[in-house]
Design a protein around this ligand. Sequence first.
Ligand code: SIN
Length: 317
Amino acid sequence: MQSAAGIVVILGTGGTIAGTAADPARHVGYQAAQLGVEALIAAVPPLQGQALETETVARMDSSDMDHATWALLAAASARHLARPEVQGIVITHGTDTLEETAYFLHRVLAPDKPLVLTAAMRPATALSADGPQNLCDAVAVARAPGACGVLAVLAGRVLAGSELRKVHGYRVQAFSTGDAGPLGVLEDGRLRTFRDWPRARAHPAGAHLPAPERWPVVDVVTSHAGATGRTIDGLVATGVQGIVVAGTGNGSVHAGLMAAAHRAQAAGVVVRRSSRCQLGGVVEAAEPAPGVLPSSGELTAVQARIELMLDLMGPPP
Ligand code: SIN
C-alpha cells in the first residue's frame, strides 16, 4: 500500500551521476563515484523539502559491480520496500552495468512499489550534466500513483528494468528497450505513460539468496569468427557451473565452440544460448535441431547469466 505523500528512499551506489571532472567540458576521463547522494540531491532544487531519505550502499564505478554489492542492494531495497511509509525507492547507479542490476533486482524482488534506477552519461561537473534532471524525474516516477516494478528513468524516458539495454557508449540517449519501447515519458515533470506498469513474479531463489561467495559461477562466452573451444574448455577446467554462449545472429554458435559446449554439458555444466546482437533475442525454431543448445529466448547474454545463476541456486531451503 502506498501512502499519499510517502518517503522516497534514495540508495547511492556511485557511477558517473556521482562523478567529477577537473574540466567541465570533459565527458570522458573523469572520476566516477566521487559525490555522496546528499550532494546529488542538493543539485536539484525541486527535490528540496521533499520527504526523502538517503543511504549509501556503495561508491563504485559500476563496471566493477559485484555479487556482494548486489546482495547488499537487494537487502537494502527489500528492507525499505517493506516499510509502509515508503512510497518508492530510487537507486543512483553507473550506466555500464545498469541493465544487469535492473534485471537482477527485477528477478529477486519483483516489487509492488516502484524501484527506480537512474544514472547519467555525463559527470556531475559537466556543463550540461544529465544527472540532476534524471534524479528529479526518477523521484517523480517513484511518487507516481500506481507505479510499480523495477524501472529505469533516463533522458526523459521511463523504461522497464527487465527490458533495458545500454546501446551507446557516449550519448545521453544511451539506453533502449528495443521493440518494446518505453513505458512512458516525462515532460516538464509530468508523466505520460504508454504501457502498463510491469508486474512480475520474483524468481523463487530471490527469497533466500545464499551468501554471495556461494553463488554459482556462471560465465558468458561470445561466438565469433575464428572461435575455438579454448575458452569453454578452460572454464570447465576451473569448475564453472554454467555458461551462456552469446551466439551470432539468432543465437547460432561457431562449430568449434559448439563442440566444446557439448563437452561442457557432458561434464555437467549447464549451457544456454543467447544472441550477441544489440537488440532482439533468440527466436526458437518450432522443431529445434538435435544437439542445439537451449536458448534464453529474449534475454540478453548478461540477463541470461543472471537467470542461470538464480536457477542453479536451487530451490530455497
Ligand atoms: C559507471 O558505470 O559507473 C561509469 C559509467 C557511467 O556511469 O556512465
